[in-house]
Design a protein around this ligand. Structure first.
Ligand SMILES: NC(=O)c1ccc[n+]([C@@H]2O[C@H](COP(=O)([O-])OP(=O)(O)OC[C@H]3O[C@@H](n4cnc5c(N)ncnc54)[C@H](O)[C@@H]3O)[C@@H](O)[C@H]2O)c1
Length: 356
């Protein structure tokens, strides 16, 4: 609220992500939905029926000119986040929400974050797991040592991919690891079925493997046919420490813990936060606007997650280890060498038995 008045809000992109923002603020005393843009006129019609009183447009530039708002949500597909955000930043905005993944590349995501930072306004990236009870309680437990020294974070996710859902899982992982830098990312990617999702070409099956500077491993299996090896779940996180294990299941409301406190294992269902999802991220933005204390911690962790996503795709495509910092990584020249084939004894190379 600003002097008793609500913050006006508009959304670009009236699909699933955009509606999570529009539905999210329905019960919020802090926002008033004014307008939405979608390039599809039929979607505009639907939005007018669903959100009574809003103005709709098929071009975001026209909406920004005719109906400028305090807050803009950029909720289109990743490749258009950057141009739309840059246009939005020309308005006298008080805050901006940019959907995950920030961009279709880490460079695009970085450009967005830098431009918002330069403008000096708060930015929300609605990673729901950061404002949801189970994933935040798991972070608290791991950080206070409930499963001992952390060794492995395993993620299994059926019918999803690295860039669209994996970015949520990796963002949560970056937060669990308290932003510990990564050493490298490697991935093996099968793209045989030419699957696309949310405006991006994605993998049929992928295994992403990463190591942090202290040696913690992150292993993520994504794709169209992933068998999650705890039955009944489409998403699984298995957090392995030296004194215990925690499992939780993406957006589900309970988790399983096995440690000294629960030697037989226990499923725990904590009470959900009263405000979660996009509404929680947008209301956090209001608190930043009102206090003037702006933190870019969530966009920064989202950018790190996007770097890991891109690193995985680069690794898969180029069959190489992608080292971090990602910004400094250069794709190495390819070599004529087939691991698993007999060594002829005369093709050069180096003797692995003599490595120091
Ligand atoms: N944070 C979350 O939990 C969450 C959940 C779902 C989607 N998303 C994100 O939201 C974004 C959009 O995905 P989605 O699932 O809503 O896809 P969607 O297909 O449901 O909707 C996208 C909409 O954007 C419109 N659009 C595309 N380009 C446009 C443009 N230039 N201007 C105006 N409208 C345009 C399309 O017509 C479509 O209606 C993606 O970045 C996705 O990852 C985030």
């Amino acid at each position: 609220m600003q002097n008793g008045k609500k913050f006006t809000l508009s959304v670009v992109g009236g699909g699933v992500g955009g509606r999570l923002s529009m539905d999210g603020i329905k019960d919020s005393p802090m926002f008033e939905l004014k307008a939405a843009t979608d390039i599809r006129p039929e979607t505009c019609k639907e939005l007018e029926q669903k959100y009574t009183g809003i103005r709709t447009f098929t071009d975001h530039k026209e909406m920004f000119a005719k109906c400028p708002t305090d807050v803009v949500c950029v909720s289109t597909y990743p490749p258009s986040h950057e141009p739309i955000t840059m246009d939005a930043l020309k308005l006298p905005l008080k805050g901006i929400l940019v959907e995950k993944p920030l961009g279709h590349t880490a460079a695009s995501g970085r450009a967005i974050l830098e431009a918002v930072r330069k403008k000096g306004i708060p930015m929300a990236v609605p990673h729901g797991m950061l404002v949801k009870k189970v994933p935040t309680e798991v972070i608290e437990r791991v950080c206070r040592g409930d499963i001992g020294e952390l060794k492995l974070i395993e993620i299994e996710n059926d019918k999803w991919d690295i860039i669209n859902a994996g970015i949520h899982w990796l963002n949560w992982t970056v937060n669990l690891l308290n932003n510990e830098p990564f050493k490298y990312v490697m991935a093996s990617i099968d793209a045989g079925t030419r699957t696309f999702r949310d405006g991006m070409q994605v993998e049929t099956h992928a295994a992403t493997y990463a190591e942090t500077r202290s040696g913690i491993r992150v292993v993520m299996n994504t794709g169209d046919y992933v068998t999650v090896n705890t039955k009944g779940h489409g998403t699984l996180f298995r957090i392995v420490g030296m004194l215990g294990v925690i499992e939780f299941y993406g957006w589900e409301d309970s988790y399983y813990i096995f440690n000294r406190e629960f030697p037989e294992g226990k499923t725990i269902k904590p009470e959900e936060f009263p405000v979660k999802g996009h509404r929680a991220h947008l209301e956090n933005m209001v608190r930043m606007i009102e206090t003037g204390k702006i933190s870019y911690a969530v966009p920064e962790s989202s950018l790190t997650a996007l770097e890991i996503c891109e690193a995985a795709y680069v690794s898969g495509k180029n069959k190489c280890m992608v080292t971090f910092p990602f910004e400094k990584f250069k794709i190495p020249a390819s070599v004529n060498w087939d691991p698993g084939q007999p060594y002829s004894g005369k093709d050069g190379g180096r003797d692995g038995r003599k490595l120091k």
